[in-house]
Design a protein around this ligand. Structure first.
Ligand SMILES: [Zn+2]
Length: 237
């Protein structure tokens, strides 16, 4: 009987080992499947999304207290999600409320901008999109404006397409992209646009910009513009 008990124990121990072995095979297949999926999903286009401001630099403040850096990050994260789902590789300059400056830097703005430039250079993207909210001393100013750097044809084409899409879906008043003299547009030779999503100095637009439904509609419009831009093979460099 003792010998039989020993054999039973050995067999059940072996069953356990076999079960663990099969579980490991199933788990490894599952994870290799995920990796294979994300690789095959990649469409070959890399985009840097830059949420403007951060940390001690809050950007503009809306008439009803919206802090620009916070809403910029929300729009950037929504756009990131949309692009990643569609097979784009996306790098963010910031993912949290913090700025990118060194705490010991004397010029924190310069330190922050330099860090954004370094991320762009390291990523070697097909497109850079910087997200901001506008502010003006007249509360009636409203609408999205897409900027590009002066003289850069690819950036102009992209800005015009994104702006046209925003004009259609978000009633933005600006007919075409505009030339903008911003560090993030000028710091590299990559195709770059900066979207001022709307005026938080306008109480109605500030309210709209803060709703999930408007943010999703807005990002869908930006995405449509990007799709048109990369849909034209001349723009795919
Ligand atoms: Zn800003």
């Amino acid at each position: 009987m003792k010998g039989l008990d020993g054999l039973k124990k050995l067999l059940s121990a072996n069953k356990c080992l076999i079960a663990i072995f099969f579980i490991m095979i199933i788990v490894s297949f599952y994870f290799s499947g995920i990796v294979a999926y994300s690789v095959s999903n990649y469409n070959g286009i890399t985009i840097v999304i830059d949420a403007g401001h951060g940390g001690r630099d809050g950007g503009s403040v809306g008439v009803n207290g919206t802090i620009e850096k916070e809403i910029n990050l929300k729009y950037a994260l929504t756009l990131k999600e949309k692009l990643v789902d569609s097979g784009y590789r996306v790098e963010l300059t910031r993912r949290t409320d913090d700025g990118l400056y060194s705490e010991t830097a004397l010029n924190k703005k310069m330190s922050d901008m330099r860090a954004r430039f370094n991320i762009i250079q390291k990523t070697n993207p097909n497109l850079v999109i910087s997200i901001h909210m506008n502010s003006f001393n007249s509360p009636t100013a409203r609408g999205a404006i897409t900027y590009y750097r002066n003289g850069d044809e690819a950036s102009k084409r992209c800005a015009d397409l994104v702006q046209a899409s925003l004009n259609t879906y978000c009633e933005a008043p600006s007919a075409q992209g505009k030339v903008g003299d911003y560090y993030i547009l000028n710091c590299s030779y990559y195709t770059s646009i900066l979207i001022e999503c709307g005026f938080i100095s306008n109480p109605e637009e500030e309210r709209l910009l803060n709703t999930d439904s408007y943010r999703e509609k807005f990002i869908d419009a930006v995405y449509s513009g990007i799709l048109l831009y990369f849909g034209n093979s001349n723009n795919y460099v």
